[in-house]
Design a protein around this ligand. Structure first.
Ligand code: UT7
Length: 321
């Protein structure tokens, strides 16, 4: 028997308001045609003032708990991956804890931007396997619309808001169910290619997203193909063994180019970038929940998660559902 972190349930939450490319084109100098052709994005959800990273995260968490058949009191660990917390502190994880009514447990945030969910998943996996908790909520939640420069067409058309959550449970298993491998990377020398131009310790302001899109694109394809190769080698499996790839949803062209490099057929890739745009740390768990709920991802499937973002940070995970 092996103690592993098992995927016990998934959930997600999207803001009420959905915005099309055509609606954006009324505010900035862009077009539906440009956005679809360059990114694959058609819609994004944008949070209203009463919808925050913590409220969206809590809604996703409640769904994941229900899917796992657990109560808030069963949770011993809550990690929220976010770059857009409700407040500089306390951690959004403690706000989610209060909103879902979970009693005393471990709760903290992870800041790795678009790779945040992969980082949080890896930390939760380690903590569950060393006995820190029996059940964990791992949440990716973002309100990127609050840090976009709505005058900058090169960034504001790319992002959206939302949250995704998973419940992981530590279980002794005789088979290969659960998280089988995770790999994380960071290269801080590239921090200037994708960043927010404000913060508590520098400007004292929240700031806006700045990105050298073409450079980020280039690094993303290389790094994602490489880290996917690493996790697959860790578990001794090849592309042919993968049932589903749930990639970070930044750009359909990045997803297609990475899949091509690895010989992964497009029909085994979960795509949500068309309807959610890039929701940063929320994008992988949002896409995962969608594919679980629509019946594509089933018990026994081998799935691979991957993401890359500001830092640069990137990572991947392999799990048997
Ligand atoms: O989550 C991880 C982080 N993010 C990413 O992974 C994003 C990575 N980068 C990308 O997805 C792509 O680089 C973008 C979608 C951001 C841009 O696509 P691109 O094919 O690299 O376009 P570009 O930046 O080379 O821009 C091409 C042209 C430029 O015009 P000129 O200089 O050729 O005349 C831009 O000014 O497109 C123009 N442009 C736009 N036109 C209409 C840039 N943004 C827009 C826009 N609407 N929204």
């Amino acid at each position: 028997m092996t103690l592993r972190a098992i995927l016990a349930g998934t959930g997600s939450a999207l803001p009420r308001t959905r915005v099309s490319n055509a609606e954006l084109a009324e505010r900035v100098d862009t077009s539906d045609e440009w956005i679809v052709e360059r990114t694959g994005i058609r819609f994004r959800h944008i949070a209203e003032p009463d919808e925050t990273t913590a409220t969206l995260g809590a809604d996703a968490a409640k769904q994941a708990l229900a899917a796992a058949g657990l109560e808030p009191a069963d949770i011993g660990l809550i990690i929220v991956a976010t770059a857009t917390p409700d407040n500089t502190f306390p951690a959004s994880a403690t706000k989610v804890q209060a909103l879902i009514g979970a009693p005393d447990c471990i709760a903290f945030d992870v800041a790795a931007v678009c790779s945040g969910f992969l980082y949080a998943l890896s930390v939760a996996d380690s903590m569950l396997r060393t006995g820190a908790a029996k059940h964990a909520l791992v949440i990716g939640s973002e309100t990127f619309s609050r840090i976009l420069d709505w005058e900058d067409r090169t960034t504001c058309v790319l992002f959206g808001d939302g949250a995704g959550a998973v419940v992981l449970s530590a279980e002794d298993v005789a088979d290969d169910r659960g998280i089988l491998a995770t790999r994380l990377h960071a290269e801080g020398q590239y921090s200037g290619m994708l960043y927010v131009d404000g913060g508590p310790s520098t400007t004292g302001t929240v700031g806006h997203v700045r990105m050298q899109g073409r450079e980020v694109f280039r690094h993303a394809v290389t790094n994602l193909a490489s880290v996917l190769g690493e996790v697959m080698a860790d578990v001794g499996l090849s592309a042919a063994d993968i049932d589903w790839v749930v990639p970070h949803q930044a750009n359909k062209r990045i997803i297609d180019a990475t899949a091509k490099k690895l010989g992964l057929p497009p029909e085994r890739i979960v795509l949500t970038v068309d309807r959610h745009a890039n929701t940063s740390a929320a994008s992988v768990p949002l896409a995962l929940d969608l594919a679980v709920r629509d019946g594509r991802i089933k018990r026994g499937d081998l799935i691979v998660l991957e993401a890359m973002g500001g830092g640069f940070t990137w990572g991947a995970a392999v799990l048997r559902v």
